[in-house]
Design a protein around this ligand. Structure first.
Ligand SMILES: C[S@@+](CC[C@H](N)C(=O)[O-])C[C@H]1O[C@@H](n2cnc3c(N)ncnc32)[C@H](O)[C@@H]1O
Length: 233
């Protein structure tokens, strides 16, 4: 869909936190680092993607750009795409501070971003697609697939629920993140489950396949945090 339909999902409603300025974004970054090994995760993802130096990469829902900035050290160009202007301001500032001139910051959403650069060799998205209801996740995945080269790689990391023991797993996840990150982080995870649009693994697999991705492998930590390693068929 290129022109906005009257029934188009408003992606801005999904941003339920006030990323008003750089200090708020920095605090958000610091909070995530209390319960996630962000740099370790990203280094492992890049090692597995094994991209050549000439690769063009997209990071959708890039947040503070930790993945985009690490990828920019190894690849030709990285497009860091996010709905939030404050997030992108932080990414641009950090990229400049780190001497990275190949991070292209673009404000836009999965459903509204217009890609006018070369096709991507790889796209990565972590903890962002769940902001869309399933109907719109399909449209977002269709769009991502359209911007990838044939044979291009797609890595998705997000909260995706395994059906078995889901209530027990959610409780364990809240307890674990609260223990690592503090009560505020536990509350934000509760809010995620209650109000955001994380879906079931059997639905996510169907959405990916219908978008034209082959799922090369998938894993799940605690029945909650999923990684999908895909190739554009
Ligand atoms: C939980 S953060 C994850 C950031 C980063 N990818 C990470 O793993 O730390 C979710 C990000 O998705 C962005 N976002 C929310 N809805 C979006 C949409 N429809 N399209 C693109 N980005 C979106 C938010 O602004 C936020 O930066």
């Amino acid at each position: 869909m290129t022109t906005k339909a009257t029934w188009q999902w408003d992606e801005s409603v999904a941003i339920n936190k006030d990323f008003g300025d750089r200090s708020v974004v920095a605090a958000y970054d610091e909070a995530h680092r209390r319960f996630r090994d962000v740099d370790g995760e990203n280094a492992a993802i890049l090692a597995r993607l094994n991209l050549p130096p000439e690769a063009v990469v997209g990071d959708f829902g890039c947040g503070t750009g930790a993945f985009a900035r690490l990828a920019a050290r190894r690849c030709q160009t990285v497009y860091a795409v996010d709905m939030s202007a404050a997030m992108l301001d932080f990414v641009q500032w950090k990229a400049q501070e780190e001497g990275l001139a190949n991070v292209v910051c673009r404000q836009g959403g999965f459903l509204t971003y217009v890609h006018d650069g070369p096709p991507f060799d790889a796209i990565h998205s972590s903890l962002a697609l769940h902001h869309l209801p399933d109907f719109w996740k399909q449209k977002a995945l269709d769009r991502l697939a359209g911007w990838l080269k044939p044979g291009g790689k797609f890595h998705l990391m997000d909260v995706v629920f395994q059906t078995e023991n889901v209530d027990v797993n959610v409780e364990a996840w809240i307890a674990d993140t609260a223990a690592k990150g503090g009560a505020e982080v536990g509350d934000s995870i509760r809010g995620h489950v209650a109000r955001e649009f994380s879906t079931y693994a059997w639905i996510m697999a169907g959405l990916l396949e219908r978008a034209g991705f082959r799922i090369d492998s998938a894993d799940s930590q605690g029945g909650i945090l999923a990684n999908y390693w895909c190739t554009k068929a």
